[in-house]
Design a protein around this ligand. Structure first.
Ligand SMILES: *Cc1c(COP(=O)(O)O)cnc(C)c1O
Length: 465
């Protein structure tokens, strides 16, 4: 949550439309509620509803938000199921045993999908999203390292590419682990396996590989990373586990890139996470973390809750959590099956590739990625374009309702600024056509600019990894 500060308070009361007084049009108007203090008296539910509803109209349109990876459309049936489950607390396994069972089935399905050598031995859980899943996976890595009895003053470290999602910076800060980051180099925008292996030492708790990178949608080379760490083990004896952050790709690659070996088929992969609410196709609030086997998840991190007279192991940061998203995940697995998921993800990738091609054909832009891994592509202005920059494009596209983030790459490519388009289910070929038409129509205007017009790049566009 953003940490809102008390100094931002606006002392004006909310303005109330006279129509909102249910029977007496002047009634509620005289009791306009304050914004930042709890009102003294109650008001009619219809009035409260209308006030909140009206304020939310100014939020962006989620379907036109090409910045987010998160699901913005589900079938009405999924919405009905979620409404039916909104009163169920996921932690109450004993009270809601069927919800607990659906969670268990989802874990089993993912273990199978990600080729756990023994799906019955794999352990896993639902979370609020990939961030919580990554915290849990990182904690397991750290605990395994501390079991190896490091020197008393040893400081643990975690190796990753500089392109990791912000949750890994959080993990390292919250759990006091040194983040060792492989920089970008030239046209390589994610981790290099050899460079990652070189950063490892006896206090490395693990290496994070990302499938795929939020910066450009590219898959990191997980198999090559494991091979580089195999080489390290042969040379030095260091046996470093890999965690795959499959927040997006964990639900793309199994359907569209079956021959790509990135998951538990690689013995070095100890754990994998995904966001059920990204390409898992569920509304926000669900992620998954799985470990290859019980050895990969130290027993002392597992707590137990009542379940049907016995107890059930749980691993989570939260206690209470909604059950609806887990139910919706199970619904979607059941509803689509492998073929359904393949069709949905293929459609998203087709849209990404098609739109990327059209943007490239405009001549003003250079594609960094083509949407052929995650259905996501990043592009920048061609070298000869000097009249405007990616921040101008982002700002002008917003006038048409499109939310496309522009941002600058991290070390060692701080010179490079890009736009990124995330294609999701619901961003159809037709919408992509309209996007391309709007961009095309803007170009003459942009080309006439005397130079880039965006002064404050940070304020110009929010980049939410
Ligand atoms: C989105 C994302 C995360 C964070 O996931 P949430 O589900 O939003 O908490 C972590 N890693 C990667 C690679 C991501 O794309």
């Amino acid at each position: 949550m953003p940490l809102h500060r008390a100094t931002q308070h606006d002392e004006r009361a909310m303005s109330v439309n006279p129509f909102l007084g249910p029977a007496n049009p002047v009634g509620d108007m005289t009791e306009a509620p304050p914004r930042h203090r709890m009102p003294t008296a109650p008001m009619a539910p219809s009035t409260a509803y209308q006030l909140v509803h009206d304020e939310l109209m100014l939020d962006g349109n989620a379907r036109l938000n090409l910045a987010t990876f998160v699901t913005t459309w589900m079938e009405p049936e999924a919405g009905v199921l979620m409404a039916e489950c909104r009163d169920k607390n996921m932690i109450d396994k004993d009270e809601y045993p069927r919800t607990a069972e659906l969670e268990r089935r989802c874990v089993a399905m993912l273990a199978d999908l990600w080729h756990a050598p023994d799906p019955l031995a794999a352990v896993g859980c639902s979370t609020t999203g990939s961030s919580e899943a990554c915290m849990l996976a990182g904690m397991a890595l750290k605990r395994r390292w501390s079991r190896r009895a490091p020197a008393r003053d040893a400081r643990p470290n975690l190796v990753m590419g500089v392109n990791v999602q912000v949750c890994w910076d959080k993990f390292c800060t919250f759990w006091e682990v040194e983040a060792r980051q492989v920089p970008m180099e030239g046209e390589r925008f994610h981790l290099d396996p050899g460079a990652a292996a070189e950063l490892c030492d006896e206090n490395t708790i693990g290496v994070v590989g990302v499938l795929g990178s939020t910066f450009d949608g590219s898959y990191e080379p997980i198999a090559e990373l494991c091979a580089a760490l195999d080489g390290l083990q042969e040379r030095t004896g260091l046996d470093i586990p890999v965690h795959v952050d499959g927040a997006s790709g964990g639900m793309i690659a199994p359907f569209l890139d079956e021959d790509l070996v990135w998951d538990f088929r690689l013995p070095r992969v100890a754990s994998i996470n995904t966001s059920g609410h990204k390409y898992g196709l569920v509304y926000p609030g669900v992620g998954w973390a799985l470990w290859r086997d019980a050895d990969a998840l130290p027993e002392e991190l597992v707590f137990r809750v009542n379940y049907l007279g016995g107890d059930m192991p749980t691993f989570a940061l939260n206690f209470s959590r909604p059950g609806a998203q887990v139910v919706a995940q199970y619904y979607t697995f059941l509803r689509l099956g492998r073929e359904g998921y393949r069709a949905v993800q293929q459609a998203a990738r087709d849209v990404a590739r098609g739109l990327g091609g059209r943007i490239e054909a405009l001549g003003d832009f250079r594609l960094l990625t083509r949407g052929d891994q995650l259905p996501v592509f990043a592009f920048t202005t061609a070298p000869e374009v000097t009249a405007y920059d990616v921040f101008d494009v982002s700002r002008r596209m917003r006038e048409h309702g499109w939310l496309v983030p522009a941002y600058t790459f991290p070390a060692n490519r701080e010179d490079l600024s890009v736009l990124r388009v995330v294609c999701r289910n619901g961003f159809s070929e037709d919408l992509a056509d309209m996007f391309a038409e709007d961009l095309t129509r803007l170009l003459p205007d942009l080309r006439r600019q005397p130079g880039p017009l965006t002064h404050d790049r940070n304020a110009a566009t929010g980049f939410h990894h």
